[in-house]
Write a protein that binds this ligand. Structure first.
Ligand SMILES: *Cc1c(COP(=O)(O)O)cnc(C)c1O
Length: 356
């Protein structure tokens, strides 16, 4: 039986994406060739890339607004350095919001390129909230934030207004909720949280912000070179891009982001209501900053750990253990997780309450 997969990433994808991907491994588009053996420059794959790019812009509402879409390799972590390489001027500076481990890693890379100002941080409280009311320096080359903190279960509900380019790591909540995506100048996201398998990273960038850093950028790290080559400067990760396209098609058929957002909201409400109601559990993130993608929670009494772990595993749940830096539990409820899986978890939490 299929597990109720709460893994934080790589994570659950729609079942039909698994099935269609499996089919393409054997016979892609009735070509009698596997997707793994065709040229990335073949007509069929160029069409995949084009459709994926267009679907990203369509779903985000960014068509004809000066944005370019890239599917790169290297993971979101490579964007931690590509962003400053492309956007931070020589002797310039960048501003960062420090809301979790991924932001810390992004800041570490930016420091290799120049002055990196942390405008606000929640590190003193193990990143259990999103700082607010900070000031963004107007003389920085860009401001970088993380929309959803996968490890700590916090999520930005609004984004600051600023006249400098706004860069956002949306790895773990892209395509999960409606936002005015036009407020961002550069969005990046590793595929493996909400878009597809690991191996490709989505970059959506407003073209006008590029080419201003005054740096000599190595070709493979240069957004403009990748744009010019339509994400085929070198061999792109063909299969992850194809599986991402299938996921984007699935999302569009489901009614797009606003439709999935309602489902995500319903799943999160169901689980957080139980975390708050059930006297055995407590949430670890500040209530107003709770993520609708990753819910982090603890057992009040650690003595209940082994029985709870046994119960959820027996119920067919997988991937519920919290990140080692937070402990406890983390329920990642990405787009493809059905609400029925959340109900199974809630039922187990209620059964634990009765059992102890
Ligand atoms: C997982 C994650 C990353 C790292 O992604 P990789 O593709 O493994 O480099 C970066 N940022 C956020 C918010 C993440 O959730």
């Amino acid at each position: 039986m299929k597990k109720h997969n709460y893994s934080a990433g790589p994570c659950i994808l729609p079942q039909e994406v698994f099935e269609k991907s499996a089919q393409a491994l054997l016979n892609f588009n009735n070509s009698d060739l596997s997707i793994l053996e065709i040229s990335h420059r073949s007509k069929d794959f160029v069409a995949v890339m084009e459709e994926a790019r267009n679907l990203v812009l369509e779903l985000l509402g960014l068509q004809n607004k000066g944005y370019q879409v890239l599917f790169l390799a290297g993971g979101a972590s490579l964007e931690f350095l590509m962003v400053p390489y492309n956007l931070m001027k020589v002797n310039g500076k960048a501003a960062y919001l420090e809301t979790g481990t991924w932001a810390v890693n992004a800041i570490k890379e930016a420091k290799l390129f120049g002055e990196t100002q942390i405008v606000a941080s929640s590190s003193d409280s193990n990143f259990n909230f999103i700082p607010k009311n900070y000031e963004i320096p107007t003389n920085a080359d860009y401001f970088h934030c993380t929309s959803n903190n996968t490890i700590f279960g916090t999520q930005m509900k609004s984004f600051p207004k600023t006249n400098i380019p706004l860069v956002c790591d949306m790895s773990s909540d892209i395509f999960s909720r409606t936002l005015d995506f036009e407020q961002f100048d550069l969005i990046y996201a590793g595929a493996q949280k909400n878009m597809g398998p690991a191996g490709t990273t989505l970059v959506v960038v407003k073209e006008e912000i590029l080419g201003k850093s005054g740096r000599t950028i190595p070709s493979m790290l240069d957004y403009q070179k990748h744009i010019k080559a339509e994400s085929m400067y070198n061999t792109p990760p063909v299969f992850p891009i194809y599986a991402s396209l299938l996921t984007l098609q699935w999302l569009k058929n489901k009614g797009g982001i606003s439709a999935i957002e309602q489902k995500n909201q319903a799943k999160a409400t169901l689980l957080y209501n139980e975390i708050d109601r059930n006297p055995l559990f407590k949430g670890t993130a500040a209530v107003e900053d709770r993520s609708i993608m990753n819910a982090t929670f603890l057992l009040h009494d650690e003595n209940h750990t082994s029985i709870f772990d046994k119960m959820w595993k027996e119920a067919g749940i997988s991937g519920l253990a919290g990140h080692r830096s937070v402990g406890g539990y983390r329920a990642s409820m990405y787009n493809a997780l059905p609400i029925e899986s959340v109900q199974v978890l809630v039922d187990v939490m209620q059964a634990l309450e009765k059992a102890v």
